[in-house]
Every structure is written in structure tokens, then in C-alpha cells.
Write a protein that binds this ligand. Sequence first.
Ligand code: DX5
Ligand code: ZN
Length: 214
Amino acid sequence: MVKIAPSILSADFANLERDIKKASSADYLHVDVMDGAFVPNITIGVPVVKSIRKCTGMFLDVHLMVDKPARYVEAFAKAGADMLSVHLEADHPARIAEALSIMGNCGVKRAVALRPITKAEAVLPYIEQLDMILVMTVEPGFGGQAFMESQLETVRQVRALIEKHNPACELEVDGGITPATAPLVTQAGANVLVAGSAVYGASNISAAIAALRG
Ligand code: DX5
Ligand code: ZN
């Protein structure tokens, strides 16, 4: 069954606990960490993840849109992340491997993320050790952007690689997911759907989560 991961990027940060609790019928809570360098925007850091951990038992899916993420993996793991995604474009392959190895040592689940420009095959050096692959369906940096239909092919290709090399690995999509685009990505092979504006822009959040499940 498809999993829904509301992105708190579209929540009200002054009422974060309230907005997290409103999304409790979802499967994961998606936390977008942006450093103002890997992407132009700056959002959430380690202390916020630590505070979120205290107010919810939800599975924290932390998406690191930061340069040289190996530097921060341990801190986010200690803050209470359950899974960390590092972007393949954010460092040299040896340092991405190091980030994944630190995640393993810290006991958090391991994921890599792909910008739209990155080819599906880029996951191959890591795929056997991954718990999830995140395919961006917008250019990372901001919520509320239009879904890139051209990314459906990458989703299909990553699904084929997962089936071949590590069938237990999850496939998450992030960006522009709505009740209209959700069936397209699930048909292409995604099983975890991130949604920011489609969840937090709705007046009834649990109904919005149910609508994404289809
Ligand atoms: C964008 C973030 C997304 C964002 C998605 O860089 O990674 O998680 O919150 O927002 P929507 O669902 O509004 O496209
Ligand atoms: Zn994200």
C-alpha cells in the first residue's frame, strides 16, 4: 500500500506541534532541511528536529538538501531522525558512501535523493544498502511547485533497478504531488508520496491525506 509523507515545509512553523498532530493519519513525517547553499532556501536545522522528536512518535523522514551532508548525519540521527536522505549531487561518491556508513552506525535508515537532472543509474553504487530512494519531481528548494511529468521515466527506471537489486527498498517521490499526480507516480512505481501544499493547504488535513492514498 502507498505511504503518505506530509512535508511540514508547508505547515505553520509557529504552530508546528498542532500541525504535526493534524497529520497523524499519515505514515511518515517529511522534514525538509535546506542550507541556503545546495538549494537557495534555508529552512529547518538540528534543534528543530530535536523538538519535533519530543512531540511526536511519527516516523521522521528527514530530507537533507545540504552540501557535504556527511558532516551532519550524526547530529540529525541523534536529534531523532528515523531516516535520512542525502542528495547524490551534494558531494563526491566516496563522501556519499561515508554518509551512508555513518547512518548505518547511528542506526538510522539510509536513503539517497536525486535531483531531476540526475540519472537513475546514479543509485547503482549504493542500491544494495539503501532503505529508500527519493526521486525529486520538482527542482528542490521550495514547496508549491508544479509536478515535472518528465520525472515519471526516472521513477520507472529506479523502480526497475530496485526490483533487480534490492526489492525491499522503498521509492519516494517529492514535489507537486496532488490527488491528480499521485496515480501517475504510483503507476510508475513509487510507494511513498511526499506532499506539502496538497496536505497543509487543505482545510481538512486527514481528508487530504486519504485523497492522496487514492
Ligand atoms: C521541495 C521539498 C518538498 C516540498 C514539497 O524541495 O523537498 O518536500 O515540501 O512541497 P509540495 O508538495 O508543495 O510540492
Ligand atoms: Zn522534501
